[in-house]
Design a protein around this ligand. Structure first.
Ligand code: NAD
Ligand code: MG
Length: 394
């Protein structure tokens, strides 16, 4: 029996992970579940899966959960200390990092430093601290398996020794597919009026609200370009984005001999989750078999960087290097939150991020403290700029 810790168990990825775990009770047991403040959600999960630990980031929520779990033997912890403790617990060799945003960085890093198999859904952690994160994984013998469907697909299309470098294994390009989001074909006038409800209604995937908005702006693909650079040890010049509205090909790897390998499947995150949990073995995930006759056709088009400037901003940030991706991520988190609160129009999301990037000098940030400080300053800067953008673009 392999112990599993799920960071962010009440979210979309967390729930899918528990679904896969529950299909294999002879193979996996849940050691820890964590959530931000959703007491009802995690309470139900605790009764179903009987972990040893439950962690709430919010201390008041932890106190309420403790009351409701009294007598069950499940220990309730609180805050960042609790998250880091369960992420590093030797009873759970597998850790799913499924907290959303930079808030998930420190617990994911705690798992890496404990030498775990880290199932990484929390792409923001890599965007903020890619070099440090990957270096720590090597130092502590941690194994990072990508959960993001594109990166999981790329991983599946590469040889096991890809860490030797893309040139050595004959890879020319990584092609990340993008659905294009709910506004793939929308004009600027439509984009100017987009509501949070429309932005969160993704055509192919059911996801948390933040990543849904990121998919609508194409920032999600921008973050994934940066994520791919770190996971596969390459520069952004070898990572290309292909819009593929059906979301059946999850990504492709092009080799120097002209071969292009792709991974296909129904758009359901339980496939990459089951793949990474059992790797190098394969286990059932509950995902329906792909019906190619029902899919019938696969379309491809180039992304429109004019209508979706977030993709351009992400390429620029990773090319500039240093702390720029951390600033990009922080400004994006602030912008998305403001958009979801109806304080910022949809088209002002990239504008706010670009302005924040232009105002901060992020060149040298390399240590964890410097990156966390930069993340804090970028958030402050972005927040101070919101009012201007809110009124100007409304
Ligand atoms: P979600 O919003 O549905 O869930 C987020 C989880 O994190 C919840 O359990 C929540 O309680 C917890 N959380 C939120 N803020 C927190 C905080 N400040 N501290 C501690 N815990 C906190 O998000 P999701 O869609 O499941 O996405 C999770 C991560 O996986 C994101 O980084 C996302 O980009 C990535 N991802 C998601 C999908 C998907 O299909 N949903 C696909 C690929 C990658
Ligand atoms: Mg993805």
């Amino acid at each position: 029996m392999i112990g599993v810790c799920i960071l962010g168990s009440t979210g979309s990825i967390g729930v899918s992970t528990l679904d896969v775990v529950a299909r294999h009770p002879d193979r996996y047991r849940v050691v820890a579940l964590t959530a931000n403040s959703n007491v009802d959600g995690i309470h139900r999960q605790c009764l179903d899966h009987r972990p040893r630990f439950a962690v709430m980031s919010d201390p008041d929520a932890a106190a309420r959960l403790r009351g409701r779990l009294a007598g069950t033997g499940i220990e309730v912890l609180a805050g960042m200390d609790g998250l880091e403790q369960v992420a590093a617990d030797p009873d759970a060799p597998i850790v799913m990092a499924a907290i959303v945003g930079a808030a998930g960085l420190l617990p994911a890093l705690a798992a890496v430093r404990a030498g775990k198999r880290l199932l990484l859904a929390n792409k923001e952690a890599l965007v903020v601290s890619g070099r440090l994160f990957m270096d720590e994984a090597v130092r502590h013998g941690a194994q990072i398996l990508p959960i993001d469907s594109e990166h999981n697909a790329v991983f599946q299309c590469m040889p096991g020794d890809y860490a030797r470098g893309l040139d050595r294994i004959g890879v020319r390009r990584i092609l990340l597919t993008a659905s294009g989001g709910p506004f793939r074909a929308a004009g600027r006038e439509t984009l100017a009026q987009v509501t949070p409800e429309q932005a969160c209604a993704h055509p192919n995937w059911r996801m948390g609200r933040k990543i849904s908005v990121d998919s609508a702006t194409l920032m999600n693909k921008g973050l994934e370009v940066i994520e791919a650079c770190w996971l596969f040890g390459t520069g952004p010049d070898r990572v290309e984005v292909v819009v593929h509205p059906q979301s059946v090909i999850h990504s492709l790897v092009e080799y120097v001999d002209g071969s292009v390998l792709a991974q296909l499947g129904n758009p359901d995150m339980r496939t990459p989750i089951a793949h990474a949990m059992a790797w190098p073995e394969r286990i059932a995930s509950g995902v329906a078999p792909l019906d190619l006759f029902a899919v019938a056709r696969l379309d491809f088009e180039a992304p429109d960087r004019e209508r979706f400037p977030c993709l351009r901003l992400a390429y620029e940030a990773v090319t500039a290097g240093g702390g720029m991706p951390a600033v990009l991520n922080a400004a994006n988190e602030v912008a998305v939150e403001a958009f979801l609160d109806r304080r910022l129009p949809f088209l002002a999301i990239p504008a706010l991020i670009e302005e924040t990037l232009g105002r901060l000098d992020a060149g040298g940030a390399a240590t964890l403290d410097a990156l966390l400080d930069l993340d804090r300053r970028a958030r402050e800067m972005a927040r101070s700029l919101i009012d201007g953008f809110g009124t100007r673009s409304a």
